[in-house]
Unconditional design. Structure first.
Length: 304
């Protein structure tokens, strides 16, 4: 009998690609949704309601693994206090609801996989390479990721193998943050942001999905793992390569940092700061990244 993977956030960018990979590897997938959707041969949709604290019972009963991807986009709107609270609650409260549903139904899954982000290391610049053992930063990004991961602790205490995937910038075909950049760079209006020295820890969507599959199938995976390529990619290099793929050299001056702050407020930290990330922990378990060269990854994602 096929194992079933229950996914929150399954209709998003990562969730859609991950669903395809899981099905290709012999799993059935259940997706928690806020509205009724039609099932397919391999994908089953179940309702959940955070306000009413409900999840359809069958979704929990049939799950062998749970992947928690749900959470409001951190870069979609300015960081007002209300928006910050919503970003946090959309991750924490949903995890708590899943845990409550497991307890209520007396269910113990084989593994609980939670999304997280390299933002746990904070909005910083510098050449230091961030490892999983480092403490969370004391800023909004750091605290959010820390609480996000803390919401997985009850699953650990229940004896469920728990994995937290600290994800970098995800590259996908006309998806994620590349979707907005492609519009600009295709018109030959791309430019370096700020100093251009801020690091951009990236990962191809295929590799990210393979990491989640590895986390399901490898019992040695437990705890936090960075999911990003360890290299020196900064905004200047990234922008130049993207322009090169579209057949030109950047001709516009750098976009001044103060302009970014003016339009985005505190959220400008997402663009103006960055960090280098170590992926040695997951590679030591034998995982091999398929995309380790930025230009190769970008060309795979951009279909001109």
């Amino acid at each position: 009998m096929r194992k079933n993977v229950l996914i929150t956030g399954g209709t998003g960018f990562v969730g859609r690609n991950l669903t395809q990979l899981l099905i290709a590897n012999g799993y059935s997938v259940s997706i928690l949704s806020r509205r009724k959707q039609n099932n397919t041969e391999n994908v089953f949709y179940y309702l959940w309601n955070l306000e009413k604290q409900t999840i359809e019972k069958e979704a929990i009963e049939k799950a062998d693994y749970i992947i928690h991807l749900a959470g409001e986009g951190i870069a979609q709107k300015r960081w007002t206090q209300k928006r910050k609270a919503s970003i946090l609650s959309s991750r924490i409260n949903t995890a708590q609801l899943i845990f409550s549903a497991l307890q209520k139904n007396g269910k113990k899954v084989e593994a609980y996989l939670s999304a997280s982000a390299v933002g746990i290391y904070g909005a910083v610049n510098g050449r230091a390479i961030c490892h999983e053992e480092m403490q969370a930063a004391n800023d909004f990004l750091g605290r959010t990721c820390q609480e996000w991961e803390a919401a997985a602790r009850p699953f650990e205490e229940l004896g469920i193998r728990t994995v937290k995937i600290r994800t970098g910038l995800v590259l996908g075909e006309n998806e994620g943050f590349l979707k907005q950049l492609n519009v600009i760079f295709k018109l030959k209006l791309g430019a370096v942001i700020g100093s251009g020295k801020q690091y951009m820890p990236w990962i191809h969507i295929d590799d990210l999905c393979r990491i989640y599959l590895e986390a399901i199938e490898n019992p040695m995976m437990e705890g936090a793992f960075n999911a990003a390529i360890t290299d020196d990619t900064n905004n200047k290099l990234f922008s130049k390569l993207l322009a090169k793929i579209y057949g030109y050299k950047i001709w516009l001056p750098n976009v001044p940092a103060f302009i970014i702050r003016l339009f985005l407020g505190e959220m400008a930290k997402l663009i103006l700061t960055g960090r280098r990330i170590s992926n040695s922990k997951i590679r030591e378990l034998g995982f091999q990244f398929q995309f380790i060269k930025l230009e190769e990854a970008l060309r795979d994602c951009i279909k001109k």
